[in-house]
Design a protein around this ligand. Structure first.
Ligand SMILES: [Zn+2]
Length: 476
């Protein structure tokens, strides 16, 4: 046995409820889980190369699954806050993001993955441009599991766009991105730690012809399609201008035969209940990013509605400038709390539902449900432990019922995670990275962002966003 975690609470996400086991143990051998159960049945742990003692003050659970993230933008954290949605990109984030060079994208991704790992994420669904390089320079050396999605877009992001004018599609941009996506798939199709999806960005950013090409390729390669869908005002204006007055994102996808179980729909906050019902019926999966959508759009992703309709959903952190973080414990909490607000119902999205979004349900959305997302013998050993010995997680009671899940969802901050194992490899042990130099990355990121943004004051002030007025008033 390679690793044994002993004397721990287990949340297995298998069987009844969340499959909680008190005073349990878990064994890891050859990248897989080799034992899960009560300590009284786990004598073989003594032969393990590495034994992690839980002292029954720890909980052990599957590593968290981030279903949608753009880590590349993490060097722009904190640059676009409290802005009207219409200003967010052109007058806020876009001004900073346009200065990022290839090496800044690598550094930003490292920062995001570092934060994710520290707060218990073991699978990152990364959506961006130039994923081949990013996977080779960040995810492979960090030994993190990634679902890599090359963004396929036909927009020239450097071209100024007026919200009420139809965007121009440039076919060659889409073709080049599609080629990069196919190359990414071919490079990693046999890699256990890396999966690839195809990512036509959104209905207002890529032509229907290209989306259909992508769909055909996904069917040949047996991959999923990951797309931003029904994101609100900007997209709706473009869809009606291009495809007709009464057209919506869901109607358009349906008309073109694009609603099927291969499709993962990110966001979908601009949908009706009837449209969501159609998505669920067709087996479309959903990813919701509660912090990002509430903070950028002032809306709540319809996660609770999707689950209620019988759909499958995952959670994502989206991008740090929007969300503020890549900490899934925060998203789990936000999913529960915001759903209660959306439904005006304190029983909406109970903590066990939001926990499932970031574990077994998230794994099912990504098509990885037989490999990760729960603690079960034979599954990949993606495991985290959480130290419960903190004032804010105390007390843990088990009579008359177990308050563990509620405390983890409503009270944890993510920094209680103290061991992280991915595919049987110890990444963080007793709170310390085994191979990654955390300080070096944090120091480098601070210095680089300060240098990078030092000379953009004039452009930023000229853009005249609401943030400029906050700055003039001395708030930021
Ligand atoms: Zn996104």
């Amino acid at each position: 046995m390679d690793i044994a975690i002993i004397n721990t609470w287990l949340i297995t996400f298998e069987g009844k409820g969340l499959g909680i086991i008190q005073n349990g143990g878990i064994g890891v051998e050859n990248e897989k889980i080799s034992f899960v159960g009560k300590m009284e049945d786990f004598n073989s742990y003594k032969k393990a190369d590495l034994i992690i003692e839980g002292n029954n003050t720890h909980v052990t659970m599957p590593g968290l699954i981030n279903g949608h993230t753009h880590s590349a933008l993490t060097l722009c954290r904190g640059t676009a806050n409290d802005l009207p949605e219409i200003e967010y990109i052109p007058k806020g984030l876009g001004i900073f993001a346009s200065h990022l060079k290839a090496e800044d994208i690598i550094l930003g991704t490292k920062l995001a993955v570092l934060e994710g790992l520290k707060t218990g994420t073991t699978t990152f669904t990364e959506y961006g441009i130039g994923l081949l390089d990013i996977v080779k320079k960040v995810f492979l050396p960090f030994k993190a599991r990634v679902v890599a999605t090359e963004m396929i877009s036909e927009l020239n992001f450097n071209e100024e766009k007026k919200p009420n004018e139809l965007y121009t599609f440039y076919k060659y941009l889409g073709t080049n991105a599609f080629k990069r996506a196919i190359r990414l798939y071919k490079e990693f199709k046999n890699n256990d730690l890396i999966s690839v999806m195809y990512g036509p960005n959104a209905l207002d950013m890529v032509s229907m012809e290209m989306i259909k090409n992508v769909k055909n390729q996904a069917a040949v390669d047996g991959t999923k399609i990951h797309m931003h869908i029904a994101q609100g005002g900007r997209e709706r204006v473009q869809i009606t201008k291009r495809y007709g007055k009464n057209m919506t994102a869901i109607k358009l996808l349906k008309k073109n035969g694009l609603l099927d179980p291969r499709l993962i729909a990110a966001h979908i906050h601009d949908t009706t209940e009837a449209e969501r019902e159609q998505l669920v019926k067709k087996g479309v999966k959903m990813v919701g990013c509660p912090s990002s959508i509430s903070k950028i759009d002032g809306m709540i992703p319809p996660l609770a509605s999707y689950i209620k309709l019988g759909g499958n959903a995952a959670l994502g952190t989206d991008e740090a400038p929007g969300t503020g973080h890549h900490n899934l414990f925060n998203e789990i909490k936000m999913a529960s709390i915001l759903s209660k607000v959306a439904f005006k119902d304190p029983t909406a999205m109970p903590p066990w539902e939001s926990m499932k979004l970031a574990t077994i349900s998230g794994a099912n959305v990504l098509g990885l449900g037989t490999e990760i997302g729960s603690l079960s013998v034979g599954k990949n050993a993606d495991i985290i432990t959480i130290n419960l010995h903190h004032a804010h997680l105390t007390p843990i009671i088990h009579k008359p019922f177990i308050n563990l899940i509620a405390n983890l969802v409503y009270s944890s901050k993510g920094n209680e995670v103290d061991n992280v194992i991915i595919a049987g490899k110890p990444i963080i042990i007793h709170g310390k990275f085994r191979e990654i130099d955390e300080d070096l990355i944090v120091n480098k990121a601070n210095k680089r962002a300060q240098d990078l943004f030092e000379n953009i004051s004039e452009d930023w002030e000229k853009a005249g966003s609401k943030m400029v007025s906050y700055h003039k008033q001395g708030y930021i």
